[in-house]
Design a protein around this ligand. Structure first.
Ligand code: SF4
Length: 71
């Protein structure tokens, strides 16, 4: 599969190796399944630094300044 496939630049690509990421299979966090890289996908969202940070915050939560000061 070409590295030009949409999944390689998609926000929902999950690169954790235990989830099956390689050149043949990708874990799609949106569909919550392992997929073959797609050249067409209605769910595609281009990955950006801001988008990845937002996804991390949704998955792992955000520690506020207030929480840090209590420790
Ligand atoms: S949303 Fe579509 S383009 Fe994005 S990783 Fe999943 S299958 Fe690939």
């Amino acid at each position: 599969m070409s590295r030009d496939a949409l999944c390689f630049s998609c926000l929902y690509k999950d690169e954790r190796p235990e989830l099956g990421f390689n050149s043949e299979l990708i874990y799609c966090a949106r569909k919550e399944i392992v997929v073959r890289p797609k050249t067409k996908c209605d769910l595609y969202v281009k990955s950006t630094d801001e988008g990845r940070e937002e996804m991390r915050n949704m998955m792992y939560g955000v520690i506020s300044d207030h929480d840090l000061q209590e420790e």
